[in-house]
Design a protein around this ligand. Structure first.
Ligand SMILES: *Cc1c(COP(=O)(O)O)cnc(C)c1O
Length: 394
């Protein structure tokens, strides 16, 4: 099997497994208990908090453990909205190609009377900092722009947006789930007030994540309960998963440069190879791009059929986001960068990790053109395009 879907999830690293197993076997106490066995668990929790804080340039007291990226996004946005509402500020700026955990939270707030402004995304998958500057109003209570897009891999100008938000005194949240562990992020240097990350996107366990909230930034609870997470997130901490997350993040950050050197080489080979397919186009920007992301649209095919045929050849890939698979709507991300519906349906995302090999890339480069050609040959629409009855788009 060739796994090329690291943007959907990643395999647990051995380091993470080891950290989790030893926690489950030896350190299973409740961190809130006062006896020594409980305090041993509390110490481990603190160490994990320190380790994660160090990886993103935060202080341990600014790290809140959550059940993942989705919960962190929900809590960040709802907190900023509640705080804004108290001051009569109900305008929120975000972008059209955010993850659904952001977009659906904003939809909910819109029903509660908030004004949501989704900035349009440029063809190359970016937002210009000036768009944010121009959109900020007296009553803006939050800017939420993702660090890197999960489908097309574009990296956004977060430090520049951070400067603008700090100057205008507007809280700035970034969904950095695709960035953390893959490219350097520093919340202090980049003026980030709120940030979401998720362990299973950097070889940690599923169901664990972090909300970073800068000291002094208002947080409200999604989950009421005990005094865990300084009263901001009730519930006994998932210590094994947190230990796995901390170990995985430290490992990812320590090996980031060497991993990326290798991954970039594979990405370049894939992009060059797939670009040779006629009527195909790369999605997103070639420069400002996550090291592992390859995203293409192929005219005249259905992404879902492409995935099934690639699965037959042992290749795990994705089309649009995993969350939209199962619905017939094309990806909102591809529509946001201006791909017409018909083209957006024929998308393929390959996301690489350090475990992928040149041999695997060669196999993918053999399989994808074959499958695309096969699907085009059985498509009546494609025949119409070839004989000139319909125009090609790409
Ligand atoms: C995966 C992902 C999420 C959701 O994280 P979970 O931990 O799976 O809830 C949010 N945002 C982005 C950009 C993602 O890629």
């Amino acid at each position: 099997m060739i796994y090329a879907d690291h943007a959907a999830t990643t395999k647990l690293s051995q380091t993470a497994i080891h950290a989790m197993l030893s926690c489950m076997e030896e350190n299973w106490g409740n961190p809130s208990s006062l006896y020594r066995f409980g305090q041993k668990a509390a110490e481990a929790l603190n160490e994990a908090r320190e380790r994660i804080a160090a990886c993103i340039g935060a202080e341990p007291g600014e790290i809140y453990f959550t059940s993942g990226g989705s919960e962190a996004n929900n809590q960040a946005i709802i907190s900023a909205a509640k705080n804004g509402e108290r001051k009569g500020k109900k305008h929120i700026i975000s972008s059209a190609f955010e993850h659904h955990a952001v977009l659906h939270t904003l939809k909910k707030l819109e029903k509660e009377g908030f004004q949501i402004e989704l900035l349009p995304v440029h063809e190359n998958g970016t937002i210009h900092p000036e768009q944010v500057a121009d959109a900020i109003r007296e009553d803006t209570c939050l800017v939420s722009i993702m660090y890197a897009n999960n489908e097309i891999g574009s990296i956004l100008p977060i430090p520049e947006i951070g400067v603008i938000c700090r100057e205008r005194k507007v809280p700035f949240h970034t969904d950095a789930v695709q960035a953390i562990g893959h490219i350097p992020v520093d919340v202090k240097a980049q003026n980030i007030d709120l940030l979401s990350l998720s362990a299973h996107k950097f070889h940690g366990p599923k169901g664990a994540g972090v909300l970073y909230a800068r000291r002094g930034i208002f947080l409200t609870n999604l989950i009421e309960g005990g005094a865990q997470e300084r009263g901001k997130r009730g519930g006994t901490e998932n210590l094994p998963a947190i230990m796995g997350m901390a170990a995985a993040l430290k490992e990812a950050c320590c090996h980031m440069e060497e991993n990326n050197k290798k991954i970039l080489l594979l990405r370049t080979q894939l992009i060059e190879g797939l670009s040779k397919i006629p009527h195909a186009a790369l999605n997103g920007d070639l420069q400002h791009r996550l090291p592992g992301n390859v995203s293409f649209c192929f005219e005249g095919i259905e992404g879902e059929s492409l995935l099934l045929l690639l699965d037959d050849k042992g290749i795990c890939a994705s089309s649009g986001s995993a969350c939209t698979s199962g619905s017939l709507d094309p990806s909102h991300v591809l529509l946001a960068i201006g791909r017409p519906h018909e083209v957006a349906h024929g998308s393929l995302r390959l996301s690489l990790g350090a475990e992928n090999t040149e041999e695997e890339v060669a196999q993918i480069l053999k399989a994808v053109p074959e499958v695309v050609e096969y699907l085009r040959n059985i498509s009546p629409l494609w025949k119409d395009k070839q004989c000139g009855k319909k125009a090609f788009i790409l």
